[in-house]
Write a protein that binds this ligand. Sequence first.
Ligand SMILES: [Zn+2]
Length: 179
Amino acid sequence: MHSSDGLTAARRDAYSGGVTGLTVGWDHDVELLLDFLNTRHVLDSEASWRAWVTERGLGRSSEITQARAARAALRSSIEGSSGPQTAAGVVHIELTDGVPVLSSSDALGAVLAASARLAVLGSWERFKICPADDCQRAFFDRSRNRSRTWCSMQVCGNREKARTFRKRTRAQNSTLATV
Ligand SMILES: [Zn+2]
C-alpha cells in the first residue's frame, strides 16, 4: 500500500526526539500539546501544575507564569486571534546518533519542542479551538481536508445547529408577527 501513512511513519521516526530519556513520537507530541492547551484549571495553582508535569514525566516543572503565558500564546496563534504570539521556554538541540533533535529538561521546553516538531511536519494547522462559547477546547483535526470546525459534531456541532435553527425559527416568527 503506497499511502501517505508510510510517509508519515518515516517522518515520525526522523523527527522523534528524546525528552528526558523518553522516545517521543508524533502521536505523543499531538497528545502532549492538546493536553497542555486544554489545561484550563491545571494552571490555577502551583500544586496542580506540578502534578500535571510529574504525571507526564516531563522533568522539572517550569515557572507557572511562563506556562500560562505560553499556553495563552499557543492558543491565540491557533485561533488566529490578536493575542500574544510568542512563547518562551528552553529547548536544546542534541546530537543523537549524529542527528540533531530537539530536547528539553523542563515541562515547558517539552511542550514547545513538541510544537516545533509538529509545525515542521505540517501538522500545526490541524490544531484548532472549538468555537462554541461554552467549550473552547483545543482539538486535532484528523479529517482528510482539515474541514472540522467543532471539537465534536455530536456535542458542540449539534448544539450549534439546534441554536441556529431556534434563532431562524424565532426570526421567522417575529417576521410573521410584524406582517
Ligand atoms: Zn466543543
